[in-house]
Design a protein around this ligand. Structure first.
Ligand code: DP6
Length: 354
């Protein structure tokens, strides 16, 4: 029986405050604009992945996600496997005594500790964990920056999950994507009291996938060009400054405005894309009323390609922000007020809280 080589890792979910939406090169997953996200606590939301390889495995690579077999023949997964194998091959060529792991079939086993279909950026944590698990298995000396370049090819937002804390993704300008990778804006300890609560409006799988949706936006929206070339570059600067200075009001305002801008380009897409629903809009109203009651901005909403709201706030404002949502929604299971918690939303509760 041949030996089985194995390595495990976990990767966190990240939620963008400046959204990635649009590809200038769909094959290499190169974006039309830079983006910035906050990595959520792994205690709450994460993917755990084990990568193994053995010459005794069946000849093709395989991937099991939450117990069900996934198709690995897609170009994105293949690109990640190919790049990582090439890096391993280089080391094997330099040191003839190393086992030829690059020639063995891979078996990947992944588990999310949150519902995959809930639209909670599962592809970001998924590809980040897949890439890091294989890099560990292959004992690659690759840095998070280098791995982010590979994970990006699996799913754009995945490149940002290779870092903790506050993370940027530089769009880059090279045609081969060599400068399109994630970078650390600040570690989590820099601003440790940041919290995020996720309002699960719907656990249904998203109607229009991000990949398909953003391509239609690039092709048809006239608002999109201004967003990519003017709005986002300016906001990237403002956001990095706000994070460095721990200026929550600016952080929050830019977060909300960028979410609004992204969903405006979705509406401006033809045919239009609707990710927000009535419950999402009710959540926006609740955040607005929290901020009005506080006399300053203490909470910020943001929405990805689905109706679920993520609300950022600082720990010391827990009572005013999360407390209000909690009161509106009832003491639903899963709520404990930590960063990255998910609570179930319903329109009735939110109507009461407005
Ligand atoms: C709205 O990273 O899922 O969440 O690169 O096609 O896999 P692909 O897209 P994906 O898009 C994420 C879009 C977003 C915004 C963001 O996370 O920046």
């Amino acid at each position: 029986m041949s030996e089985i080589h194995r390595a495990s890792t976990t990767a966190p979910v990240n939620i963008a405050v400046i959204k990635y939406w649009g590809k200038r090169d769909p094959k290499l997953n190169l974006p039309t604009n830079s983006s910035l996200s906050v990595t959520l606590s792994q205690a709450d939301l994460r993917t755990h992945t084990t990568a193994s390889c053995s010459s005794s495995y069946p000849s093709s690579d395989s991937l099991l996600l939450n117990g069900s077999p996934q198709d690995v023949s897609g170009a994105r997964t293949q690109a990640c496997f190919r790049e990582l194998r090439a890096l391993r091959k280089k080391i094997e060529e330099q040191d003839g005594s190393l086992p030829r792991l690059s020639e063995m079939p891979l078996k990947i086993v992944s588990e999310n500790n949150f519902p995959t279909a809930a639209g909670l950026a599962s592809s970001a944590a998924g590809f980040a964990a897949l890439v890091r698990a294989i890099a560990n298995l292959y004992e690659l000396p690759a840095s998070p920056t280098e791995l982010s370049r590979i994970a990006r090819q699996g799913s754009g937002s995945a490149c940002r999950s290779l870092f903790g804390g506050y993370v940027g993704w530089d769009q880059g300008s090279a045609a081969d994507g060599s400068d399109s990778m994630a970078f650390e804006v600040a570690p989590a300890e820099h601003w440790p009291n940041m919290r995020a609560v996720i309002l699960v409006v719907s656990a249904a799988k998203k109607g229009v996938s991000s990949t398909a949706g953003m391509q239609t936006t690039v092709a048809t929206s006239s608002l999109f060009a201004a967003r990519a070339s003017e709005t986002v570059p300016k906001r990237m600067q403002e956001m990095q400054k706000a994070i460095k200075e721990k200026d929550f009001e600016t952080f929050a305002k830019v977060t909300m405005m960028d979410s609004n801008s992204f969903h405006a380009t979705c509406l401006d897409t033809y045919p239009p894309i609707f990710y927000l629903n009535d419950v999402s809009r009710a959540a926006i109203k609740v955040v607005e009323s929290i901020n009005v009651a506080a006399g300053k901005i203490i909470a910020a909403y943001t929405f990805d390609a689905g109706p679920n709201a993520v609300v950022y706030y600082l720990e010391e404002k827990e009572k005013e922000v999360a407390g209000l949502f909690k009161a509106a929604l009832g003491d639903k299971e899963g709520w404990s007020g930590k960063r990255g918690d998910a609570i179930q939303a319903n329109s009735e509760g939110l109507e009461k809280a407005k």
